[in-house]
Design a protein around this ligand. Structure first.
Ligand code: ATP
Length: 755
């Protein structure tokens, strides 16, 4: 790995701006890496927020320089180990919470062609491959199921708004709807997500509307158009409503009562979507698709799940799931004709998206606001609501680590990383708080009882003033039989004609109470399930706590042992330090002594130096005289100049005692007899040795080593190597050699021959 790694942004910089306000939040980016089994992936997950980008071998920059490794940081990085469910949980669940709270959110995928955008957004119907969109639809309906009003109660006005029908109109519209609706084919085998989010306000009745738009070659088409699939529907215009919100005019918004219906609509729309086989993806999206889920909510009537007919109290939450077409380079796809034109338009709209982001970031930094080029493409115009209105925006970057995608991935990643500093306004709570009264009873609970109540009619009832004992209606299984018995008894007492008057009053009251009781029963059931789940969770938490406590105890005891060991170790280290310091001190003292001794030995004092010089001078003379003149000096002179001892300079010897030998004469083990008159003279108290011992040196003041050599011509040279014995700091004796005397004996026969 190159050390030349560049950090595109530090984590602190990400998503921050100077003027960050609490009503703003940053666009969040999640990066998903496509599974890749080849060699040399150009992208790898470094940690859960970082992706590392390594250039493939041989890829260099335009200037010929090698590309550096780079790291990019995102809100989260997911790789092949993260499942479709993980991606859904991380990217969509909080947006669904936004939606059920009446806020807006935009989730879009972005990346190079074939990087897994459609797979991530839609996937397939199996458990493992089910993508964000189907899971989101399931989760929405799981979370609002008791509050969904009957169909046709809410309706879109066509001007980006909704209204509410009164009950009679709604019933008529429902009848028409039933007549026109076709048999639905539901995928029985599809995976169903069971997730549910909290946060829906039960005081509201709601309806879900979906729409599906395709932006192809910068034209908007309704994928839910009712016309024949073979025909391209007319392109639709994008408008702005009275609240400055952008919407697609004449777009079909289809009301759905459950996720199955919504998925069927999605599948219907997909049959119209333009997908082609390209070199880089067998099913390449040639257009951007925008699937929008609108949750329309209005405060419900007191007892019944029917919205109060006041359009001004309607709150609409919107979640748009966008699958962008992938950016692609013509030289890689080798596209021509229509495909090339499509690619150009795709790239142009993606480029405009980048320019909008850049402008938004610039505007965030400056007081002076420049206009953002939303209108340049249909895609960016549709996104305007989210960037300038209220809503959370999240981008999923899909990136394939194959080396061929390296350069395009770099573009995508750096754009995505910069985008994280774009801020959008946070959604505000628009739902009214109804003061915590009991939620209205969903209509489906009424339907169950209607039939039963009607069966109570035959027996006559009595005086309408006589009150049915409602307070006893609390165990639902007994309610009907009690009413039957009551009616039978009273029917015997009064005539049949009275019965209808009484029944009407009774029926409504009974119906309402039974339904409420039924609804509450279902809530109790749900709470029981929740309680069981919580109990299970508590049991497993308790087991975990127990296990953690055990581990904690064992860690504590191990820690104690370590601490004791550590105490011993500290003590030992202290002792070692003390010994080392003592040793250092001893060495320091010894070194001082040695230095002093050396100073003395090397003539550190002037007296010693002078003596040594004189001594050396004399010895040199002796050698010159013997070597140059080639004849022996007179014996008397020799005695004075032997170089070993001069009583005038007692400081030059190192005698230990007066009785100690002053000169140690070290003779060769096998001396060569020269038969010569020229013989070195030793002082009388010198001691001869052939096998030198340390003790002998110690007791001597001077040392002379006799060394003999014979060359090929029979010449003998005898060397006397002389030195002073000096006691060393360690108690031994060193010899400091200071003169060599040489006597040479030439062979007369050889010398004559040479002449
Ligand atoms: N995470 C993944 N796990 C398994 N298969 C994947 C994954 N991501 C992508 N694929 C497979 O890769 C292929 C291309 O994916 P997909 O069609 O989603 O790419 P795309 O980004 O939408 O391409 P385009 O922009 O051209 O439409 C598909 O066959 C898809 O099943």
């Amino acid at each position: 790995m190159s050390t030349n790694r560049k950090r595109a942004h530090t984590p602190g910089e990400r998503g921050k701006s100077k003027h960050k306000r609490s009503d703003k939040e940053s666009l969040e980016v999640v990066c998903r890496l496509t599974p890749y089994e080849g060699n040399n992936p150009c992208l790898i997950l470094a940690d859960e927020n970082t992706v590392e980008c390594t250039p493939p071998v041989g890829v260099v920059q335009r200037n010929g320089q090698p590309n550096a490794d780079k790291v990019y940081e995102f809100g989260r990085v997911l790789d092949e180990t993260d499942t479709q469910k993980d991606v859904f949980e991380r990217c969509s669940v909080d947006l669904i919470e936004h939606l059920v709270a009446g806020k807006n959110a935009l989730l879009f995928t972005y990346g190079v062609t074939g990087s897994g955008k459609t797979y991530t957004m839609t996937g397939s119907s199996s458990r493992n491959q089910c993508g964000i969109l189907p899971r989101t639809l399931d989760t929405i309906f799981n979370s609002i199921q008791h509050s969904v009003a009957d169909k046709c109660v809410f309706f879109p006005t066509g001007k980006n708004a909704f209204d509410i029908r009164d009950k009679r109109e709604a019933r008529e519209e429902q009848r028409r709807y039933r007549l026109n609706s076709q048999e639905k084919t539901i995928d029985e085998d599809r995976f169903i997500e069971t997730k549910k989010v909290d946060g829906y306000n039960d005081d509201y009745a709601c309806a879900v509307f979906v729409s599906y738009v395709e932006i192809y070659n910068n034209y908007c088409y309704d994928l839910l158009d009712n016309g024949p699939v073979e025909q391209t529907p007319p392109s639709l215009d994008v408008h702005m409503d009275a609240n400055q919100m952008v919407y697609v005019g004449k777009l079909r918004e289809v009301e759905v009562s459950n996720a199955d219906e919504a998925l069927q609509i999605l599948a219907q729309g997909d049959t119209r979507r333009r997908v082609c086989d390209t070199l880089l993806n067998k099913e390449s999206s040639r257009s951007h698709s925008v699937f929008t889920i609108r949750l329309v909510m209005a405060p419900s009537m007191e007892e019944e799940l029917y919205p109060v007919q006041d359009a001004s109290r309607i709150v609409v939450g919107q979640l748009s799931l966008v699958d962008l077409a992938g950016s692609e380079r013509a030289k890689r796809t080798l596209n021509t004709g229509d495909r090339l034109n499509e690619a150009a338009k795709i790239n142009q709209s993606l480029m405009t998206l980048r320019q909008c982001f850049e402008k938004l970031r610039k505007n965030q930094r400056r007081a002076q606001q420049e206009s953002v080029p939303y209108r340049d493409t249909k895609l960016t115009y549709l996104f305007k609501n989210f960037f300038e209105g209220t809503g959370k925006v999240r981008m999923i970057i899909c990136a394939n680590p194959r080396p061929d995608d390296y350069e395009e991935n770099l573009n995508v990643l750096s754009f995505a990383e910069e985008s994280q500093s774009v801020e959008t306004r946070k959604g505000v709570d628009r739902l009214e708080n109804m003061g915590g009264s009991r939620p209205p009873v969903p209509r489906k609970f009424y339907a169950g009882w209607n039939h039963e109540i009607d069966r109570c009619r035959p027996p006559a009832l009595l005086d309408p003033l006589e009150v049915f004992p409602w307070e006893d209606v609390n165990r639902r299984s007994d309610d009907i039989s009690m009413l039957r018995e009551y009616s039978r008894r009273r029917g015997e007492e009064i005539g049949d004609d009275q019965i209808h008057i009484l029944l009407n009053g009774l029926g409504e009251g009974l119906r309402s109470r039974l339904c409420v009781s039924d609804y509450e029963g279902s809530i109790i059931e749900e709470l029981k399930v929740k309680e069981e789940e919580l109990n299970e969770q508590r049991t497993s938490d308790a087991a975990l706590i127990k296990k953690l406590k055990r581990e904690n105890a064992s860690l504590r005891s191990r820690l104690l042992v370590y601490e004791e060991d550590n105490g011993d170790r500290v003590e030992m280290e202290r002792e070692m330090r003390r010994v080392r310091e003592e040793e250092n001190e001893r060495i320091r003292v010894q070194r001082g002594r040695v230095e002093k001794t050396l100073e003395i030995a090397n003539g550190g004092t002037s007296t010693v130096a002078t003596l040594r010089n004189k001594f050396n001078e004399r010895n040199e003379m002796t050698e010159q005289q013997i070597g140059s003149e080639g004849r022996p000096m007179r014996e008397g002179k020799m005695a004075d100049r032997n170089g070993y001892y001069d009583p005038k300079f007692p400081g030059t010897s190192h005698r230990r005692s007066q009785s100690a030998s002053r000169v140690l004469d070290h003779q060769p083990t096998h001396g060569i007899p020269t038969g010569n008159i020229l013989r070195p003279k030793m002082p009388t108290n010198s001691r001869k040795t052939r096998n030198l011992k340390a003790d002998e040196l110690k007791s001597s003041a001077a040392y002379v080593l006799t060394h003999q050599e014979v060359d090929d011509e029979g010449n003998i040279s005898t060397s006397l190597i002389k030195g002073d014995c000096i006691p060393t700091a360690g108690g031994g004796t060193a010899v400091c050699f200071n003169i060599i005397e040489k006597v040479t004996h030439h062979s007369p026969t050889k010398a004559t021959t040479r002449l």
